[in-house]
Every structure is written in structure tokens, then in C-alpha cells.
Design a binder for this molecule. Structure first.
Ligand SMILES: Nc1ncnc2c1ncn2[C@@H]1O[C@H](COP(=O)(O)OP(=O)(O)OP(=O)(O)O)[C@@H](O)[C@H]1O
Ligand SMILES: [Mg+2]
Length: 152
């Protein structure tokens, strides 16, 4: 298993850089599981990612709607939230799997449905210690090799 990478993000611009980097390496069928406490920036990261792929769609939290689909010039992004789900069975019932092979899937509270995705990129966000906008992101590569550049 490759070593986890840790990125210290000073502000939203740094989060957007990470999103652009992900935009370069992710392709159809890829799954990103986002973890981290309420308000840490999971939705913000999906928003930055969708923008990095060239979409002007406004990204909103799928906590209550459970699944959003954003069209981008390259491929759709499925945005899900497992916070209110009872488990993997209910998650699979949402039907994202039907479109996932042509899309990139991003799941907030994704650790709750990791069993459904043996191959995934895990992004664990934490609040940073150097100011209100600072965050730390631990990147876990699971199930296959993910072409992530070495930490700068
Ligand atoms: N470096 C940063 N990265 C991400 N968000 C940041 C950063 N600095 C400040 N923020 C702000 O933090 C908030 C993050 O909210 P967001 O809805 O993305 O959190 P969340 O993790 O999705 O929460 P929830 O668990 O409720 O879904 C936003 O208002 C965003 O502007
Ligand atoms: Mg959110």
C-alpha cells in the first residue's frame, strides 16, 4: 500500500490547487471518498474540483438530496453524501453505480461506504492550526496505484 500523503493547505487557494491536481489525474470510474468533520471543507473541495474540470455549475451540499450530478466539459461528477445513510445497502440503492463507470464519483462522509469501493482515493480533511482557513489533507491511495505526484 503506498504511503499516505499529507498536504498542508493554508487557504482556499491551496485547496483549489489540490482540486486542479486531482482534475489532472482522475478519470472515468474513479471514486473519491471525503472524510472530515462538519464544516471542514468537503463540499468546498467538490466545488473546486467541478470548477477545475471547467464547469460553472454551482455545487451545493447533497446532505439532504443525497446525490447531485454536475456536467463538465470532460465527464460528469457524481456528488453524494453518506451522512444520513444507514449504510452501504442504502448507499447502493441510490443507484450511482449505474453511472459511475462514465463519471467521477465523490462521496462526503465516504468512510461510511468504503466497503463499496475497494479502489478509492481517500481525502481526509482536518482543521489546520495556523489560522481560520488552514486545513490539512491526508491522501490515502487504496486498491490500485493512483498517479499522484510526490508531495511538493
Ligand atoms: N482552506 C479551506 N478549505 C475549505 N474550506 C474552507 C477553507 N477555508 C475556509 N473554508 C470555508 O469552510 C467552509 C467549509 O464548508 P463545507 O460546506 O465545504 O464543509 P463540509 O465539510 O462539506 O461540511 P458538512 O460536513 O456539513 O457537509 C466553507 O464556508 C469554506 O468557505
Ligand atoms: Mg458538505
Amino acid at each position: 500500500m503506498p504511503a499516505d500523503q499529507v498536504r498542508d493547505l493554508a487557504d482556499i487557494a491551496a485547496l483549489e490547487c489540490l482540486a486542479e491536481e486531482l482534475g489532472d489525474i482522475l478519470g472515468p470510474g474513479d471514486v473519491v471518498l471525503l472524510e472530515g468533520p462538519i464544516g471542514v471543507g468537503k463540499t468546498r473541495l467538490v466545488s473546486a474540483f467541478v470548477a477545475a474540470l471547467g464547469s460553472t455549475d454551482q455545487v451545493t451540499s447533497p446532505t439532504y438530496t443525497l446525490m447531485h450530478v454536475y456536467e463538465t466539459p470532460s465527464l460528469p461528477v457524481l456528488h453524494l453524501d453518506a451522512y444520513r445513510l444507514s449504510g452501504v445497502a442504502e448507499y447502493l440503492d441510490l443507484g450511482a453505480g449505474d453511472f459511475a463507470h462514465d463519471s467521477i464519483t465523490m462521496v462526503e462522509w465516504g468512510d461510511r461506504v468504503a466497503d463499496a469501493h475497494p479502489e478509492h482515493l481517500g481525502l481526509v480533511l482536518e482543521f489546520g492550526r495556523s489560522g481560520e482557513t488552514s486545513r490539512r489533507c491526508t491522501i490515502r491511495r487504496r486498491g490500485r496505484s493512483w498517479p499522484l505526484p510526490d508531495t511538493p
